[in-house]
Design a protein around this ligand. Sequence first.
Ligand code: SAH
Length: 346
Amino acid sequence: VLARLVREKLESLLDESYGTLAALLERWRGRIRAAFPDVTARRGLYESIVRGRVTALLRSGRGAEAERELLVQVDAGQGQARAGSVVLVGAGPGDPGLLTLRALRALQEADVILHDRLVSEEILDLARRDAQRIPVGKEAGHHSVPQAAINELMAQHAQAGRRVVRMKGGDPFVFGRGGEELEYLRALGIAYEVVPGITAAAACGAYAGIPLTHRDHSQSLRLVTAHCDPSGEGLDWRALASGRQTLAFYMGVARLGTVAEKLTEHGRAASTPVAIVENGTRHDQRVTIARLADLAAIAELGGVRAPALLIVGEVAALGAQLHWFGATPRLWPADVDQPAAVDEAA
Ligand code: SAH
C-alpha cells in the first residue's frame, strides 16, 4: 500500500509531455553532443530545454514549434541565456487538494512566485523550497500592490530568464484580471501559459452541499461581481431577478443589503433562499442559510467576513440537508440568538 502511495505521488509530478520530450531529445542528441562538447555546457543546455520554453511548448501541444525552439537553442550555442516565462496559475479557493496537477508542477518549477494574499499558506508550501515568494495583493479593504506594479514585476523576472508563477485565488480568468496580465505580457513578447483553477462558486457550492444547478430549481448560473459599482447601477438587475437561475456574487460582503434590495425591487421573491459561504473549503468555513429578505440583517449582525460568496436561488436551501464539510450551517434567523452569532456581532 505504501509503495502504491509513493507511485501515486510520483505520477502526480510526472508530466504526460515527458514521453514526447524524451523522444525529441533522443532525436537530437548527436547534434547536441557535437555542438556542446563540454559536459557542463551541455548540462546547461539540457536544463534550459527541460525546464524552459521547449517543454512549455510541448505541454501546450505545439510539438513542431518545440522542435524549432530546441534547434534555435542548440545553434545559438553556449552562453545563450535561458528565456523566462510566466505561468498564470489558478490556486483554487484554499484547500490544497483542489489544486490541479498542472498547478502543482508549475509551483515546483517556479523560480519566483507572485501570489495574491488569498492564496493559502498550505498551497505556497508546495512550492520549491528555494523559490522566491512575493505577496502582491489583493484583499478587499487592505493595501495591495497596484496592478501596474504587479505587471512590471512579472515582466522584470521573466526578462531576467526566470520562471515566474503568477498565482491567483480561484480561477485566473474569473474576476482575476488574468486577461489584463496576459495582454501586458503579450505586448512585451513574454511567453506565457494559463492553468485554470476551481473558482469560488464551484468550490463553495460543492463544500456547502449546494448544487449550483438542479433540474427542479435552476437551469442557469451567473457569476456576478457586486464589487465594481457601489450603487449596483452597472448590473442588469431585471435579468438577475428572473427566476429559476442561481446567482453567485463575488466580492459582495459589503453589498449584501444592496443586492437584496435591488433583486426584490426587480421582482425576485423576498423569500428566495440564499447562502453565504465564508472561507469556503477552509477549516474555518462557515455557511449561513437564509432568505433574500434577511440579507440586510445578516450584514449588520452576522459578522460576515471576507472572503465570502453569496449564492442566491432555490438551490441554496438544499445546503441545510446536503452539507457535509465543516461546521453545520447556521440557519437564519433561527440561530440568531445563539451566543456565537451574538458574540461576532459585538
Ligand atoms: N478568481 C477568483 C475570484 C477573485 S475575486 C475565483 O475564481 O474564485 C475574490 C472573491 O472571490 C472574494 O471576494 C469572494 O467573493 C470569492 N472567494 C474567493 N475565495 C473564496 C473562498 N475560499 N470562500 C468564499 N469566497 C471566496
